[in-house]
Write a protein that binds this ligand. Sequence first.
Ligand code: SF4
Length: 464
Amino acid sequence: MALAVTSSNSISSSSFALSSSSNDIKVSQIGSFRLVDRAHVASTSLSQRRSLVRPLNAEPKRNDSVVPLAATLATPEVAEKVEGEEDFEQFAKELENASPLEIMDRALEKFGNDIAIAFSGAEDVALIEYAHLTGRPFRVFSLDTGRLNPETYRFFDEVEKHFGIRIEYMFPDAVEVQALVRSKGLFSFYEDGHQECCRVRKVRPLRRALKGLRAWITGQRKDQSPGTRSEIPVVQVDPVFEGLEGGVGSLVKWNPVANVKGNDIWNFLRTMDVPINSLHSQGYISIGCEPCTRPVLPGQHEREGRWWWEDAKAKECGLHKGNIKQEDAAVNGNGNGAGNASEAVADIFNSQNLVTLNRTGMENLARLDHRQEPWLVVLYAPWCQFCQAMEGSYVELADKLAGNGVKVGKFRADGDQKEYAKQKLQLGSFPTILFFPKHSSKPIKYPSERRDVDSLMAFVDALR
Ligand code: SF4
Protein backbone atom coordinates (compact mmCIF):
# COMPACT_ATOMS: atom_id res chain seq x y z
CA MET A 1 0.00 0.00 0.00
CA ALA A 2 1.63 3.18 -1.12
CA LEU A 3 1.01 5.94 1.23
CA ALA A 4 2.46 9.41 1.02
CA VAL A 5 3.02 11.21 4.25
CA THR A 6 4.97 14.10 2.98
CA SER A 7 5.87 17.67 3.32
CA SER A 8 6.24 19.66 0.20
CA ASN A 9 9.99 19.59 0.33
CA SER A 10 11.82 16.91 2.09
CA ILE A 11 9.92 14.55 4.25
CA SER A 12 10.09 11.02 3.05
CA SER A 13 7.31 8.68 3.92
CA SER A 14 5.53 6.89 6.58
CA SER A 15 3.33 3.93 6.70
CA PHE A 16 -0.34 3.81 6.52
CA ALA A 17 -2.36 1.95 9.04
CA LEU A 18 -5.72 0.47 9.18
CA SER A 19 -6.36 -1.86 12.00
CA SER A 20 -8.59 -4.79 11.54
CA SER A 21 -9.75 -5.85 14.89
CA SER A 22 -12.64 -7.97 13.91
CA ASN A 23 -11.03 -11.09 15.23
CA ASP A 24 -10.11 -10.01 18.71
CA ILE A 25 -12.89 -7.85 19.94
CA LYS A 26 -12.77 -7.62 23.69
CA VAL A 27 -16.21 -6.37 24.45
CA SER A 28 -19.29 -7.48 22.65
CA GLN A 29 -21.67 -4.98 24.14
CA ILE A 30 -21.32 -1.78 26.09
CA GLY A 31 -24.49 -0.12 27.22
CA SER A 32 -26.97 -0.23 24.41
CA PHE A 33 -24.33 -0.48 21.73
CA ARG A 34 -23.94 -3.75 19.83
CA LEU A 35 -21.02 -4.72 17.71
CA VAL A 36 -21.70 -5.46 14.10
CA ASP A 37 -20.64 -8.60 12.30
CA ARG A 38 -17.97 -7.58 9.84
CA ALA A 39 -17.00 -10.92 8.39
CA HIS A 40 -17.48 -9.47 4.96
CA VAL A 41 -14.53 -7.19 5.53
CA ALA A 42 -12.09 -10.03 5.62
CA SER A 43 -13.55 -11.53 2.49
CA THR A 44 -12.78 -8.49 0.39
CA SER A 45 -9.89 -9.24 -1.92
CA LEU A 46 -6.66 -7.40 -1.36
CA SER A 47 -6.65 -5.92 -4.84
CA GLN A 48 -10.14 -4.62 -4.34
CA ARG A 49 -9.21 -3.17 -1.01
CA ARG A 50 -6.15 -1.45 -2.32
CA SER A 51 -8.15 0.34 -4.92
CA LEU A 52 -10.28 1.84 -2.19
CA VAL A 53 -7.58 3.10 0.10
CA ARG A 54 -6.69 6.75 -0.15
CA PRO A 55 -3.45 8.08 1.26
CA LEU A 56 -3.68 10.37 4.24
CA ASN A 57 -1.70 13.04 2.51
CA ALA A 58 -1.36 12.54 -1.17
CA GLU A 59 0.58 15.34 -2.75
CA PRO A 60 1.47 15.46 -6.42
CA LYS A 61 4.94 15.13 -7.92
CA ARG A 62 6.25 12.89 -5.22
CA ASN A 63 7.74 9.48 -5.37
CA ASP A 64 7.57 8.62 -1.75
CA SER A 65 8.94 5.44 -0.43
CA VAL A 66 6.47 3.00 0.85
CA VAL A 67 6.45 1.06 4.03
CA PRO A 68 4.70 -2.22 3.40
CA LEU A 69 1.78 -2.70 5.64
CA ALA A 70 0.83 -6.13 6.77
CA ALA A 71 -2.37 -5.11 8.47
CA THR A 72 -3.69 -2.81 5.79
CA LEU A 73 -7.34 -3.20 5.15
CA ALA A 74 -9.69 -0.93 3.39
CA THR A 75 -13.07 -0.02 4.60
CA PRO A 76 -15.94 -1.96 3.14
CA GLU A 77 -18.10 1.11 3.11
CA VAL A 78 -17.86 3.80 0.51
CA ALA A 79 -17.41 7.09 2.28
CA GLU A 80 -20.32 9.39 1.96
CA LYS A 81 -20.06 12.91 0.78
CA VAL A 82 -19.77 15.40 3.59
CA GLU A 83 -23.13 16.83 4.33
CA GLY A 84 -24.06 20.35 5.34
CA GLU A 85 -23.50 21.92 8.70
CA GLU A 86 -27.19 21.78 9.48
CA ASP A 87 -27.19 18.01 9.29
CA PHE A 88 -24.27 17.64 11.63
CA GLU A 89 -25.75 20.00 14.15
CA GLN A 90 -28.76 17.73 14.19
CA PHE A 91 -26.51 14.70 14.31
CA ALA A 92 -24.70 16.17 17.29
CA LYS A 93 -27.98 16.63 19.10
CA GLU A 94 -29.00 13.06 18.41
CA LEU A 95 -25.67 11.75 19.68
CA GLU A 96 -25.29 14.09 22.64
CA ASN A 97 -26.11 11.34 25.12
CA ALA A 98 -24.57 8.48 23.17
CA SER A 99 -21.62 6.56 24.55
CA PRO A 100 -18.14 7.24 23.11
CA LEU A 101 -18.20 3.77 21.65
CA GLU A 102 -21.44 4.41 19.83
CA ILE A 103 -20.20 7.76 18.55
CA MET A 104 -16.97 6.17 17.38
CA ASP A 105 -18.89 3.44 15.62
CA ARG A 106 -21.12 5.95 13.84
CA ALA A 107 -18.10 7.96 12.77
CA LEU A 108 -16.24 4.96 11.37
CA GLU A 109 -19.37 3.61 9.75
CA LYS A 110 -20.16 6.89 8.09
CA PHE A 111 -16.72 7.82 6.81
CA GLY A 112 -14.89 4.52 6.46
CA ASN A 113 -11.44 5.03 5.07
CA ASP A 114 -11.87 8.80 4.85
CA ILE A 115 -11.65 9.32 8.58
CA ALA A 116 -8.69 8.99 10.95
CA ILE A 117 -8.04 9.32 14.66
CA ALA A 118 -5.69 12.12 15.68
CA PHE A 119 -3.51 10.62 18.38
CA SER A 120 -1.38 12.88 20.58
CA GLY A 121 0.37 10.20 22.58
CA ALA A 122 -1.56 10.87 25.78
CA GLU A 123 -4.79 9.52 27.24
CA ASP A 124 -6.45 9.91 23.86
CA VAL A 125 -5.21 6.36 23.34
CA ALA A 126 -8.76 5.70 24.61
CA LEU A 127 -9.96 6.65 21.13
CA ILE A 128 -7.90 3.86 19.63
CA GLU A 129 -9.33 1.42 22.11
CA TYR A 130 -12.87 2.54 21.28
CA ALA A 131 -12.17 2.20 17.58
CA HIS A 132 -10.69 -1.23 18.19
CA LEU A 133 -13.80 -2.25 20.10
CA THR A 134 -16.10 -1.35 17.23
CA GLY A 135 -14.51 -4.09 15.17
CA ARG A 136 -14.24 -1.76 12.21
CA PRO A 137 -11.04 -0.91 10.37
CA PHE A 138 -9.64 2.42 11.48
CA ARG A 139 -6.76 4.76 10.79
CA VAL A 140 -4.58 6.64 13.25
CA PHE A 141 -2.29 9.56 12.60
CA SER A 142 -0.01 11.58 14.82
CA LEU A 143 2.08 14.71 14.51
CA ASP A 144 5.74 14.12 15.17
CA THR A 145 6.90 17.65 15.91
CA GLY A 146 10.47 16.57 16.52
CA ARG A 147 10.19 17.94 20.06
CA LEU A 148 8.31 15.15 21.81
CA ASN A 149 9.51 13.44 24.97
CA PRO A 150 11.41 10.17 24.53
CA GLU A 151 8.68 8.54 26.60
CA THR A 152 6.12 9.56 24.00
CA TYR A 153 8.06 7.96 21.15
CA ARG A 154 8.33 4.75 23.12
CA PHE A 155 4.63 4.94 23.85
CA PHE A 156 3.83 5.27 20.14
CA ASP A 157 5.77 2.09 19.52
CA GLU A 158 3.95 0.32 22.33
CA VAL A 159 0.57 1.39 20.98
CA GLU A 160 1.41 0.19 17.50
CA LYS A 161 2.35 -3.21 18.86
CA HIS A 162 -0.58 -3.47 21.25
CA PHE A 163 -3.18 -2.73 18.59
CA GLY A 164 -1.32 -4.18 15.62
CA ILE A 165 -1.43 -0.92 13.73
CA ARG A 166 0.93 1.51 12.07
CA ILE A 167 0.48 5.11 13.05
CA GLU A 168 0.61 7.54 10.13
CA TYR A 169 3.14 10.07 11.38
CA MET A 170 3.07 13.55 9.95
CA PHE A 171 6.28 15.55 10.05
CA PRO A 172 6.91 19.28 9.75
CA ASP A 173 8.43 20.69 6.62
CA ALA A 174 12.19 20.50 7.11
CA VAL A 175 12.87 23.78 5.32
CA GLU A 176 10.36 25.63 7.48
CA VAL A 177 11.77 24.18 10.69
CA GLN A 178 15.27 25.00 9.55
CA ALA A 179 14.35 28.60 8.80
CA LEU A 180 12.64 29.06 12.14
CA VAL A 181 15.41 27.52 14.21
CA ARG A 182 18.22 29.22 12.32
CA SER A 183 16.64 32.63 12.62
CA LYS A 184 15.19 32.45 16.12
CA GLY A 185 16.82 29.57 17.93
CA LEU A 186 15.46 26.40 19.42
CA PHE A 187 13.36 27.99 22.13
CA SER A 188 11.88 31.09 20.51
CA PHE A 189 8.45 30.17 21.84
CA TYR A 190 9.49 31.17 25.34
CA GLU A 191 10.22 34.66 24.02
CA ASP A 192 7.50 35.41 21.52
CA GLY A 193 4.80 32.82 22.09
CA HIS A 194 4.17 29.31 20.88
CA GLN A 195 2.04 30.10 17.85
CA GLU A 196 4.82 30.39 15.27
CA CYS A 197 6.54 27.16 16.26
CA CYS A 198 3.22 25.33 16.58
CA ARG A 199 2.23 26.60 13.16
CA VAL A 200 5.33 25.08 11.61
CA ARG A 201 5.55 21.89 13.62
CA LYS A 202 1.90 21.09 14.19
CA VAL A 203 -0.69 23.09 12.33
CA ARG A 204 0.71 22.83 8.81
CA PRO A 205 1.41 19.09 9.07
CA LEU A 206 -2.08 18.66 10.44
CA ARG A 207 -3.52 20.69 7.61
CA ARG A 208 -1.78 18.41 5.11
CA ALA A 209 -3.08 15.34 6.89
CA LEU A 210 -6.64 16.60 6.94
CA LYS A 211 -6.58 17.48 3.27
CA GLY A 212 -6.56 13.74 2.62
CA LEU A 213 -9.62 13.08 4.77
CA ARG A 214 -13.29 13.85 4.99
CA ALA A 215 -13.44 13.57 8.75
CA TRP A 216 -11.19 13.27 11.76
CA ILE A 217 -11.58 12.10 15.33
CA THR A 218 -10.14 13.98 18.27
CA GLY A 219 -9.84 13.35 21.99
CA GLN A 220 -11.05 16.79 22.98
CA ARG A 221 -13.07 16.89 26.18
CA LYS A 222 -15.12 19.69 27.63
CA ASP A 223 -13.39 19.41 30.99
CA GLN A 224 -9.89 19.85 29.52
CA SER A 225 -10.03 23.60 29.26
CA PRO A 226 -12.74 25.70 30.82
CA GLY A 227 -11.50 28.53 28.67
CA THR A 228 -11.71 26.97 25.23
CA ARG A 229 -13.32 23.57 25.28
CA SER A 230 -16.39 23.93 27.42
CA GLU A 231 -18.88 23.67 24.56
CA ILE A 232 -17.46 21.29 22.02
CA PRO A 233 -20.10 19.08 20.43
CA VAL A 234 -19.62 15.36 19.78
CA VAL A 235 -19.62 16.04 16.05
CA GLN A 236 -19.38 19.23 14.07
CA VAL A 237 -18.40 20.57 10.70
CA ASP A 238 -14.81 21.58 11.27
CA PRO A 239 -14.76 25.34 11.68
CA VAL A 240 -11.10 25.73 10.78
CA PHE A 241 -9.67 23.06 8.54
CA GLU A 242 -10.53 21.81 5.08
CA GLY A 243 -10.93 18.21 4.01
CA LEU A 244 -10.44 16.32 0.82
CA GLU A 245 -13.02 18.17 -1.22
CA GLY A 246 -11.68 21.54 -0.13
CA GLY A 247 -13.56 24.58 1.03
CA VAL A 248 -15.72 25.39 3.99
CA GLY A 249 -17.68 22.43 5.28
CA SER A 250 -15.51 19.83 3.61
CA LEU A 251 -14.31 18.29 6.85
CA VAL A 252 -16.19 16.85 9.79
CA LYS A 253 -14.72 16.68 13.26
CA TRP A 254 -15.79 14.01 15.70
CA ASN A 255 -15.20 14.38 19.42
CA PRO A 256 -16.46 11.08 20.86
CA VAL A 257 -15.24 11.78 24.40
CA ALA A 258 -16.40 15.40 24.50
CA ASN A 259 -18.76 14.67 27.39
CA VAL A 260 -16.52 12.24 29.25
CA LYS A 261 -14.72 13.36 32.38
CA GLY A 262 -11.00 12.83 32.68
CA ASN A 263 -11.48 10.40 35.58
CA ASP A 264 -13.79 8.25 33.50
CA ILE A 265 -11.27 8.10 30.68
CA TRP A 266 -8.70 6.83 33.14
CA ASN A 267 -11.07 4.28 34.60
CA PHE A 268 -11.76 3.05 31.08
CA LEU A 269 -8.05 2.77 30.24
CA ARG A 270 -7.35 0.87 33.44
CA THR A 271 -10.30 -1.45 32.96
CA MET A 272 -9.35 -2.24 29.38
CA ASP A 273 -5.68 -2.62 30.25
CA VAL A 274 -4.63 -0.19 27.55
CA PRO A 275 -0.97 0.95 27.52
CA ILE A 276 -0.41 4.49 28.74
CA ASN A 277 2.37 7.02 28.35
CA SER A 278 4.80 6.64 31.27
CA LEU A 279 4.91 10.42 31.61
CA HIS A 280 1.55 10.22 33.32
CA SER A 281 3.14 8.50 36.28
CA GLN A 282 5.53 11.47 36.57
CA GLY A 283 2.73 13.97 37.08
CA TYR A 284 1.99 14.86 33.48
CA ILE A 285 -1.66 14.98 32.55
CA SER A 286 -1.77 16.87 29.29
CA ILE A 287 1.14 15.80 27.08
CA GLY A 288 2.59 17.69 24.16
CA CYS A 289 6.08 18.74 23.17
CA GLU A 290 8.80 18.35 25.77
CA PRO A 291 9.74 22.04 26.11
CA CYS A 292 6.11 23.14 26.36
CA THR A 293 4.69 20.57 28.75
CA ARG A 294 5.33 20.13 32.43
CA PRO A 295 3.82 18.12 35.24
CA VAL A 296 1.08 19.77 37.26
CA LEU A 297 0.62 19.76 40.99
CA PRO A 298 -2.34 18.07 42.67
CA GLY A 299 -5.32 20.32 42.23
CA GLN A 300 -3.90 22.20 39.28
CA HIS A 301 -5.85 22.06 36.05
CA GLU A 302 -4.24 19.89 33.39
CA ARG A 303 -3.96 22.70 30.88
CA GLU A 304 -1.81 24.61 33.38
CA GLY A 305 0.94 22.21 32.39
CA ARG A 306 0.96 23.54 28.82
CA TRP A 307 2.55 26.84 27.68
CA TRP A 308 2.44 27.92 31.32
CA TRP A 309 4.25 31.15 30.58
CA GLU A 310 1.39 32.43 28.42
CA ASP A 311 -2.09 33.72 29.05
CA ALA A 312 -4.39 30.93 30.10
CA LYS A 313 -6.98 31.47 27.39
CA ALA A 314 -4.47 31.27 24.59
CA LYS A 315 -3.69 27.64 25.27
CA GLU A 316 -4.79 26.18 21.97
CA CYS A 317 -1.93 25.24 19.71
CA GLY A 318 -3.96 25.93 16.59
CA LEU A 319 -5.17 22.37 16.16
CA HIS A 320 -8.48 23.25 17.72
CA LYS A 321 -8.61 26.99 17.39
CA GLY A 322 -12.21 26.81 16.27
CA ASN A 323 -12.88 26.39 19.98
CA ILE A 324 -11.91 29.97 20.60
CA LYS A 325 -15.15 31.78 20.67
CA GLN A 326 -16.23 34.91 18.93
CA GLU A 327 -15.96 37.05 22.02
CA ASP A 328 -12.38 35.95 22.51
CA ALA A 329 -11.62 36.85 18.93
CA ALA A 330 -13.07 40.24 19.64
CA VAL A 331 -10.83 40.73 22.63
CA ASN A 332 -7.85 39.67 20.65
CA GLY A 333 -8.44 42.23 17.99
CA ASN A 334 -10.02 40.04 15.36
CA GLY A 335 -13.46 41.41 15.84
CA ASN A 336 -15.13 44.59 16.78
CA GLY A 337 -15.65 43.96 20.45
CA ALA A 338 -18.95 43.29 22.07
CA GLY A 339 -20.53 46.02 20.01
CA ASN A 340 -24.10 47.03 20.50
CA ALA A 341 -25.17 43.54 21.44
CA SER A 342 -23.33 43.87 24.72
CA GLU A 343 -25.37 46.89 25.71
CA ALA A 344 -28.39 44.70 26.22
CA VAL A 345 -26.62 42.28 28.55
CA ALA A 346 -27.19 42.84 32.25
CA ASP A 347 -24.14 43.82 34.26
CA ILE A 348 -22.49 41.29 36.53
CA PHE A 349 -20.38 41.32 39.72
CA ASN A 350 -23.01 43.37 41.52
CA SER A 351 -22.21 43.65 45.21
CA GLN A 352 -21.97 46.44 47.75
CA ASN A 353 -18.47 45.17 48.53
CA LEU A 354 -17.30 45.60 44.94
CA VAL A 355 -16.20 48.99 43.62
CA THR A 356 -17.25 49.74 40.06
CA LEU A 357 -14.42 51.58 38.34
CA ASN A 358 -14.99 53.73 35.30
CA ARG A 359 -12.17 54.66 32.95
CA THR A 360 -11.04 57.63 35.05
CA GLY A 361 -11.11 55.60 38.23
CA MET A 362 -9.18 52.82 36.59
CA GLU A 363 -6.55 55.21 35.25
CA ASN A 364 -6.18 56.83 38.66
CA LEU A 365 -5.79 53.51 40.38
CA ALA A 366 -3.24 52.30 37.86
CA ARG A 367 -1.25 55.52 38.17
CA LEU A 368 -0.70 55.39 41.94
CA ASP A 369 2.65 54.32 43.39
CA HIS A 370 1.28 54.16 46.91
CA ARG A 371 -2.21 53.12 47.87
CA GLN A 372 -3.83 52.95 51.25
CA GLU A 373 -4.78 49.38 50.50
CA PRO A 374 -3.96 46.90 47.75
CA TRP A 375 -6.65 46.31 45.13
CA LEU A 376 -7.91 43.31 43.26
CA VAL A 377 -9.68 44.25 40.02
CA VAL A 378 -11.37 42.07 37.43
CA LEU A 379 -11.38 43.25 33.82
CA TYR A 380 -14.56 41.79 32.44
CA ALA A 381 -17.29 41.82 29.84
CA PRO A 382 -20.77 40.98 31.08
CA TRP A 383 -21.56 38.91 27.98
CA CYS A 384 -18.51 36.71 28.48
CA GLN A 385 -19.54 33.29 29.74
CA PHE A 386 -16.26 32.83 31.60
CA CYS A 387 -16.84 36.08 33.50
CA GLN A 388 -20.37 34.96 34.23
CA ALA A 389 -19.04 31.62 35.46
CA MET A 390 -16.79 33.28 38.04
CA GLU A 391 -19.32 35.84 39.20
CA GLY A 392 -20.32 33.89 42.29
CA SER A 393 -16.80 33.24 43.49
CA TYR A 394 -15.63 36.80 42.83
CA VAL A 395 -18.57 38.31 44.71
CA GLU A 396 -17.96 35.89 47.57
CA LEU A 397 -14.31 36.88 47.60
CA ALA A 398 -15.28 40.55 47.76
CA ASP A 399 -17.53 39.82 50.71
CA LYS A 400 -14.73 37.97 52.50
CA LEU A 401 -12.21 40.73 51.89
CA ALA A 402 -14.57 43.54 52.90
CA GLY A 403 -12.94 45.36 55.83
CA ASN A 404 -9.91 43.11 55.65
CA GLY A 405 -7.43 45.40 54.02
CA VAL A 406 -7.93 44.63 50.34
CA LYS A 407 -10.28 46.54 48.04
CA VAL A 408 -12.04 44.57 45.35
CA GLY A 409 -13.14 46.21 42.13
CA LYS A 410 -14.36 45.60 38.61
CA PHE A 411 -13.69 47.39 35.36
CA ARG A 412 -15.75 46.70 32.26
CA ALA A 413 -13.08 46.42 29.60
CA ASP A 414 -14.93 45.55 26.40
CA GLY A 415 -16.12 47.90 23.66
CA ASP A 416 -14.44 51.31 23.75
CA GLN A 417 -12.25 50.35 26.72
CA LYS A 418 -10.79 47.29 25.07
CA GLU A 419 -7.78 48.92 23.46
CA TYR A 420 -6.89 50.80 26.62
CA ALA A 421 -7.19 47.62 28.66
CA LYS A 422 -5.05 45.70 26.19
CA GLN A 423 -2.39 48.39 26.04
CA LYS A 424 -2.23 49.37 29.71
CA LEU A 425 -3.79 46.60 31.76
CA GLN A 426 -2.46 43.39 30.25
CA LEU A 427 -5.87 42.36 28.97
CA GLY A 428 -5.49 39.19 26.92
CA SER A 429 -8.87 37.63 27.35
CA PHE A 430 -11.84 37.93 29.63
CA PRO A 431 -11.74 37.75 32.56
CA THR A 432 -8.36 39.21 33.45
CA ILE A 433 -7.73 39.65 37.17
CA LEU A 434 -5.14 42.14 38.42
CA PHE A 435 -3.67 42.68 41.85
CA PHE A 436 -2.44 46.23 42.52
CA PRO A 437 0.06 46.05 45.41
CA LYS A 438 0.09 48.73 48.06
CA HIS A 439 3.48 50.13 47.12
CA SER A 440 3.76 49.66 43.39
CA SER A 441 1.98 50.97 40.34
CA LYS A 442 2.66 47.76 38.48
CA PRO A 443 -0.26 45.32 38.69
CA ILE A 444 0.31 41.58 38.94
CA LYS A 445 -1.83 39.45 36.67
CA TYR A 446 -3.57 36.40 38.09
CA PRO A 447 -1.97 33.57 36.15
CA SER A 448 -4.36 30.67 36.62
CA GLU A 449 -7.59 29.42 35.08
CA ARG A 450 -8.77 28.40 38.54
CA ARG A 451 -11.20 31.07 39.60
CA ASP A 452 -12.72 29.56 42.72
CA VAL A 453 -12.69 31.55 45.95
CA ASP A 454 -9.87 29.58 47.56
CA SER A 455 -7.55 29.97 44.59
CA LEU A 456 -8.25 33.69 44.30
CA MET A 457 -7.79 34.13 48.04
CA ALA A 458 -4.47 32.26 47.93
CA PHE A 459 -3.33 34.67 45.22
CA VAL A 460 -4.33 37.68 47.29
CA ASP A 461 -2.80 36.33 50.49
CA ALA A 462 0.48 35.63 48.71
CA LEU A 463 0.75 39.23 47.55
CA ARG A 464 -1.00 41.45 50.08
FE1 SF4 B 1 6.85 24.18 19.23
FE2 SF4 B 1 6.12 23.99 21.80
FE3 SF4 B 1 4.27 24.12 19.83
FE4 SF4 B 1 5.79 21.95 20.18
S1 SF4 B 1 4.24 22.77 21.60
S2 SF4 B 1 5.28 22.91 18.27
S3 SF4 B 1 7.77 22.86 20.77
S4 SF4 B 1 5.73 25.71 20.47
